[in-house]
Design a protein around this ligand. Structure first.
Ligand code: PMP
Length: 398
């Protein structure tokens, strides 16, 4: 009898499980559209030039490896605030944003979740249906009851905005609402600015607690454009949470660079909130790692590197859009008669293709084209070499 006899085998992470299956696949033509990672036109994970330049500068001026403060690098937190709220915005100049460096966007969400659980233990959490796989698990593990609001309609293959609004309007006061700030994962469908206004009005009227997950700022229409939704929440006078991720926008996946920002009423309140976020961090992992935060802080705070980053991020965004168009054109050329143009109205790294589970399984088993069973494909992994093969394969299963 072992201490661990009763430990059950946990289910595999669906996306990482897919990755393992992909790696074991011997089909030379295989294409991985499963995982949410941006690859360049050669199918390679990019090392951004701005990141390389910051790394070189850091190597040229080596520093010993001390501990960071609990809330991370001060210059990093300041840069995140500017990026999320705008440099000269009122929340930043008045000092009413509490920002902490976090272990990726996931870490930002978890620090926020743990803080919220202490603040309001009885609150429920609402996530979109469907949402990023980890939202439900993360908030459940933080102790919350997690439910969903309608978002995507399988039959119309489009947003169910009326359903979303109805569900928000039916939520109890104090409910935490997790909202994808831009580039919704997994569907690729974002709500319009006018619809955001309605969501904000509902959140305000019902006394809900907005938690914006901003994992793809810059991948939709641009940094400022994608960040505009934050400004709308500020203008509405709401207090809210924003989780930032630089995994994709800096191609720094493994360095775990992200942040949590909490907008408070005033500077004094932000100081108290910050002190509590620091307790959450201190009792979980004490303080964040240095490297990724130092790279991002260097890039964001050095004008030439910042300009280079914006260009490189813009190039990624433009390439993804070009691939969406190529996918639509290629599917048509491959003989698909149904209208697939919705792929170009979707935004960000993902597309809900509308393909069924059976079709996705066939794509995988017969053609080595990997997407999730839900029909999600990462369009940021398409390139000029694999696109024809992917289109031809999809045409054979439709
Ligand atoms: N939120 C969403 C919606 C995501 O898609 C992701 C990454 N796939 C994250 C959060 C987490 O990002 P990170 O890898 O920086 O933890």
């Amino acid at each position: 009898m072992s201490l661990f006899s009763a430990v059950e085998m946990a289910p595999r992470d669906p996306i990482l499980g897919l990755n393992e299956q992909f790696n074991a696949d011997t089909n030379p033509a295989k294409v991985n559209l499963g995982v949410g990672v941006y690859f360049d036109d050669n199918g390679k994970l990019p090392l951004l030039q701005c990141v390389l330049a910051a790394e070189k500068a850091m190597l040229d001026a080596p520093k010993p490896h001390g501990y960071l403060p609990i809330d991370g690098i001060a210059a990093y937190d300041t840069a995140v605030k500017s990026l999320v709220f705008g440099t000269d915005s009122e929340p930043v100049t008045s000092g009413r944003v509490a920002t902490v460096q976090a272990l990726g966007g996931t870490g930002g969400l978890k620090v926020g979740a743990d803080f919220l659980k202490k603040l309001n233990p009885a609150a429920k959490v609402l996530i979109s249906d469907p949402s990023w796989e980890n939202h439900r698990a993360l908030f459940t593990n933080a102790g919350f009851k997690v439910e969903s609001y309608r978002y995507y309609d399988e039959t119309t293959r489009n947003l169910n905005f009326d359903g979303m609004l109805a569900d928000l309007n039916a939520a109890e006061a104090g409910t935490v609402v997790v909202l994808h700030a831009c580039c919704h994962n997994p569907t690729g469908y974002d709500i319009s600015p006018a619809q955001w206004d309605q969501v904000i009005a509902a959140v305000k009227a019902r006394g809900l607690v907005p938690f914006l997950d901003m994992a793809y700022q810059g991948f939709g229409y641009g940094l400022a454009e994608d960040g505009a939704v934050v400004g709308k929440f500020v203008a509405a006078g709401l207090m809210f949470f924003v989780a930032t991720s630089f995994s994709k926008s800096f191609s720094l996946y493994g360095e775990r660079v992200g942040a949590l920002s909490v907008l408070c009423t005033d500077k004094e309140e932000a100081g108290r909130v910050l002190s509590q976020l620091k307790i959450v961090i201190r009792t979980n992992y004490s303080n964040p790692p240095t490297f990724g935060g130092a790279v991002v802080a260097t890039v964001l705070n050095t004008p030439e590197l910042r300009a280079l980053w914006e260009k490189e991020l813009g190039d990624m965004r433009v390439r993804i859009k070009a691939m969406r168009q190529k996918l639509v054109d290629g599917l048509k050329a491959a003989g698909i008669t149904q209208d697939m143009s919705f792929i170009t109205t979707q935004i960000g790294m993902f597309s809900y293709s509308g393909l069924s589970k059976d079709q996705m399984v066939r794509l995988r088993n017969e053609f080595g084209v990997y997407g999730t069973d839900t029909g999600r494909m990462c369009v940021a992994a398409l390139n000029s070499k694999n696109i024809d093969y992917v289109c031809a394969s999809i045409a054979k299963v439709i």
